[in-house]
Design a protein around this ligand. Structure first.
Ligand code: SF4
Length: 271
């Protein structure tokens, strides 16, 4: 459900998702008409709604609450509404507002800290650091929301070890229900591509990316998180639950590092 256009931050050096879009909140009446249309076309079959775009949680409450109310009215089988969120989007909402959103149905936030390493977070202009992400997670949980968090393999460049260790620590602290890892792709036209052209950034070689992933899984201690690396950008698709499957996942990565477990061919990878 397209409620905002673009990303209100739009500075992350690796991201080209909304680079050519001017951020704006869509007209509420238009969005509500979209919900009505969706209800007529698909009403009884829809059980999940994702509210776009890049950091839709930042939308004001006087848009969020009517939207969630209309979703409940027109899509009665919906059991989860979710959106992307930056840590700062959570920070800009009060505890009462977050609780009101969760009560109205917004029960899952997708947060992409990408790294727990503050040096890396500053380099990629993420806008929020380790502490802000931990606080955002605690407040979202207190409001009754679940979290899906995303890490970006390779984004630490030569700091791969610090990136892995601190990301594992961040996963432990944020304690998400879902944790996934993607692999960084240097997209032409982004600041990251400029840095690479100047010799200031390079994606680590594949064995280091695998070691990075291994360290994240080995060290992270979420209470219970579904873990996935099935995104097309990854060399090694994995699926499991942490901490229950930690040893099995680490053994698979060791197998990949030693050449016993095949990797996704370079040509089969995508953004
Ligand atoms: S917050 Fe997300 S959508 Fe916005 S620039 Fe960063 S990575 Fe892209």
């Amino acid at each position: 459900m397209q409620a905002t256009i673009g990303c209100s931050w739009n500075h992350c050096t690796y991201c080209d998702m909304y680079r050519d879009k001017q951020y704006r909140v869509r007209d509420l009446d238009e969005v509500l008409r979209d919900v009505d249309d969706a209800g007529r076309a698909h009403g009884p079959r829809v059980d999940k709604v994702f509210v776009a775009d890049g950091d839709a949680l930042g939308m004001p409450m006087d848009h969020w609450l009517p939207l969630l109310e209309r979703v409940r009215a027109r899509l009665p089988r919906v059991r989860q509404v979710s959106s992307y969120a930056m840590a700062r989007n959570v920070g800009h909402k009060s505890d009462a507002e977050l609780a009101a959103l969760a009560d109205a149905g917004l029960t899952m936030l997708y947060v992409g800290p990408e790294s727990g390493d503050d040096v890396t977070l500053r380099r990629v202009a993420k806008g929020d650091g380790f502490a802000e992400h931990v606080e955002a997670a605690a407040r979202a949980h207190a409001a009754g929301m679940r979290l899906s968090i995303i890490a970006l393999l390779g984004i630490g460049g030569e700091r791969w070890r610090e990136h892995a260790e601190q990301t594992a620590r961040l996963v432990t602290e944020m304690d998400p229900a879902y944790f996934s890892a993607l692999t960084v792709t240097v997209v032409p036209g982004t600041p990251l591509a400029t840095l690479r052209a100047r010799g200031k950034f390079e994606v680590p070689p594949v064995p280091d990316l695998l070691r990075e992933l291994r360290e994240m899984i080995r060290l992270a201690r979420p209470t219970r998180a579904v873990f996935r690396t099935n995104h097309a950008s990854n060399y090694l698709p994995l699926a499991g639950e942490l901490p229950a499957d930690r040893d099995r996942l680490v053994a698979l990565i060791d197998g990949a590092i030693e050449g016993r477990v095949p990797l996704r061919p370079e040509g089969a990878r995508g953004l």
